[in-house]
Design a protein around this ligand. Structure first.
Ligand code: NI
Length: 194
């Protein structure tokens, strides 16, 4: 998949030697599913720099939350972490879930449309066009390379979760009429967040 990288902006800082701010590392047990319109869901996430015990605990927590909410996939921004990482399991079972770190998707040309929902957009479902076949590459929890061809439902899950890492939600992929149809529900989520 071609990923458009945002152009780098030069930040004006008082000091040219200021260190980059390390992302927060909250206690994995406190992580919960974040709902739209939380801004973490619409920002591009950054690469995972190291696989350590904190990250492994985060992954276990994500698998648990995915199963508890009957989801088939969950991306790190959905638990408030702007990291390129997702878990997925076709049957929504934590013990069958795989974790993919710094994933890259190569999309086949054939597409198909099907209904999707998202744990960060409760009550909203809509038709989304996805590639029928993809190749998913990335790293596993041991840092080993992953490369797997996926088709149909698993390919759809990986594309949905990878979208989260680019800050793209299903409401951005639905037709304009579907977005209008969900207007009331979206306004309710906005009001709840205030
Ligand atoms: Ni989602």
């Amino acid at each position: 998949m071609s990923r458009d990288k945002a152009p780098k902006r030069h930040k004006r800082r008082e000091s040219s030697v200021s260190k980059p701010v390390a992302p927060p590392r909250p206690d994995p047990e406190t992580l919960e599913i974040v709902l739209w319109p939380d801004p973490v869901l619409t920002r591009r996430a950054g690469d995972v720099e190291q696989i350590d015990s904190w990250l492994l605990q985060v992954i276990e927590r994500m698998k648990h939350l995915m199963e508890a909410h009957e989801g088939v996939g969950l991306a790190a921004p959905q638990v408030g972490l702007p990291l390129r990482l997702f878990v997925m399991a076709e049957k929504a079972k934590a013990d069958q879930a795989i974790a993919v770190i710094n994933p890259v998707l190569e999309l086949g040309s054939e597409t198909q449309e099907a209904e999707e929902g998202c744990l960060s957009l409760p009550g909203i479902r809509g038709q989304v066009i996805r590639a029928k076949q993809i190749t998913l590459t990335g790293y596993d929890v041991k840092g080993g390379p992953i490369s797997m061809p996926l088709e149909d439902f698993p390919a759809r899950i990986a594309q949905h979760e990878n979208d989260h890492l680019d800050g793209v939600l299903i409401i951005a992929r639905m037709s304009p009429s579907a977005r209008i149809a969900h207007g009331k529900k979206l306004r309710e989520l906005e009001e709840k967040a205030q």
